[in-house]
Write a protein that binds this ligand. Structure first.
Ligand code: SF4
Length: 420
């Protein structure tokens, strides 16, 4: 590793960008005060696990409890360059910083809290591999493309994807609190280096208003929960005011990587917009800490329906044991395992992708071996925009006369009388 390369940031910090978040239009009750560099808002989040406390004492000795527990402090003090990251992680096997820096694919960003889960581990450890850049990202394989789901072609207005008949997905911001190296939306996240702002949502809201078949809205991004409360409330209240909008879902990785975001004040606001669902992006059981348990408890206690989404990643979570452990931990936190995704073919992602047979093996290893509630759907988001297609091991074996032939979780064959 060469010192010169270490000095280069892979992406500039976003402090300035966050301080210029657009002030919400006109209505004083939802006005957001711009966030200054030194200003640390009050946080009612207080949980710090012992290992993370040691990390904080070592690397952020000046930080107060109030700062560490502030999600905005977490964003301001995130790891965004190799030099800072090398203080906590052995990244000596990443041998071409210069090349990676110049490629400027997806930036590096890791919150101090999430970094505390990576410390002193080799960069090959599961959580680190999911968020630390690797030169393998520069290897482009057949079938990979920047927008594999062809989402751009399904946007009737900017940043609104209308792929299914009765639901739409809003890309509410391009900003995330960590950048996952396998992100499907890596072609759009962090392009503007700031939140889109309220004005950018107006066309989406108008589109939803004028399409009464849309009953289900997914607010995604980027990560919507990196936005200030009042911006999220603006969005939720605007959508809830549309009579045909039945449910609103928020897709986020924030509860896993920046649980300090889940303040009581925030959750109290969310409660006003039921029925509200949250799809939480989870990767590995090592993510489940006392902080995450507290964040999930607050969300579940507020009546928010929690589901998980996990991307199947080679060498990170591609075993029955790891997935079962993760699903059990999620269920205990009242997060229903919802989806395991085959990793989408974005450029430079082949080192993350497993064969489909691995996903089927995992589902087979769960079905019958644990509670049905712990079993997610294994899906491929079809390249080219075909939508999610569920994949199942072959339980249905065909027909024999008036009988359906089936295989159970132990591989035994059973027949069910089902006359044609
Ligand atoms: S949090 Fe979601 S949108 Fe952001 S980088 Fe990770 S996968 Fe992509």
């Amino acid at each position: 590793m060469n010192d010169n390369n270490l000095q280069q940031d892979i992406e500039p910090p976003l402090i300035e960008d966050l301080s210029t978040i657009e002030v919400v239009l006109g209505t004083s009750d939802i006005e957001e005060k711009p966030f200054g560099k030194t200003e640390i808002p009050f946080s009612d989040f207080t949980v710090i696990n012992p290992e993370t406390a040691k990390f904080r004492a070592k690397y952020f000795p000046e930080s107060t409890d109030r700062q560490w527990n502030s999600w905005r402090w977490q964003i301001q003090n995130s790891y965004t360059n190799f030099k800072k990251l090398s203080e906590i992680l052995d990244i000596s096997n990443i041998d071409d910083f210069d090349f990676l820096t110049k490629s400027r694919k997806l930036p590096l960003r890791i919150t101090p809290y999430y970094a505390s889960l990576l410390e002193k581990k080799h960069s090959n450890n599961a959580l680190a591999r999911s968020v630390v850049p690797s030169r393998l990202e520069l290897v482009i394989s057949p079938g990979e493309e920047a927008d594999p789901l062809h989402e751009d072609a399904m946007c009737p207005v900017p940043n609104l994807i209308h792929r299914y008949p009765d639901r739409v997905l809003m890309l509410s911001t391009g900003f995330c609190s960590v950048y996952c190296r396998y992100c499907t939306r890596s072609h759009m996240v962090n392009k503007d280096k700031k939140h889109y702002g309220v004005k950018a949502w107006e066309k989406s809201i108008d589109y939803i208003k004028s399409n009464p078949e849309v009953r289900d809205i997914v607010i995604s991004g980027g990560d919507p929960m990196t936005m200030p409360d009042k911006h999220i409330e603006f969005l939720l209240s605007s959508l809830r005011a549309i009579p045909h909008v039945e449910i609103i879902r928020i897709g986020s990785k924030v509860p896993m990587v920046m649980p300090q975001r889940i303040t009581n004040t925030f959750v109290k606001m969310l409660k006003k917009y039921h029925p509200l669902f949250m799809s939480i992006h989870c990767t590995h059981p090592d993510e489940i800490t006392p902080e995450v348990i507290e964040a999930a408890k607050r969300l579940a206690d507020a009546g928010i329906v929690l589901g998980s989404q996990t991307v199947l990643l080679q060498g990170i979570n591609d075993s029955v044991e790891i997935m079962k452990d993760l699903m059990h931990k999620l269920l205990k936190m009242r997060i229903k395992p919802y989806y395991i995704y085959q990793c989408d073919p974005i450029p430079g992602s082949s080192h993350f992708r497993t064969p489909i047979s691995k996903g089927l093996e995992i589902i087979q290893g769960l079905r019958g071996h644990t509670s049905g509630y712990a079993i997610p759907h294994y899906v491929i988001d079809a390249p080219g925009g075909g939508g999610k297609i569920p994949l199942l091991p072959e339980y249905y074996q065909g027909r024999e006369g008036d009988y359906v032939v089936m295989k159970n979780f132990e591989g035994r064959i059973y027949k069910y009388y089902d006359p044609v």
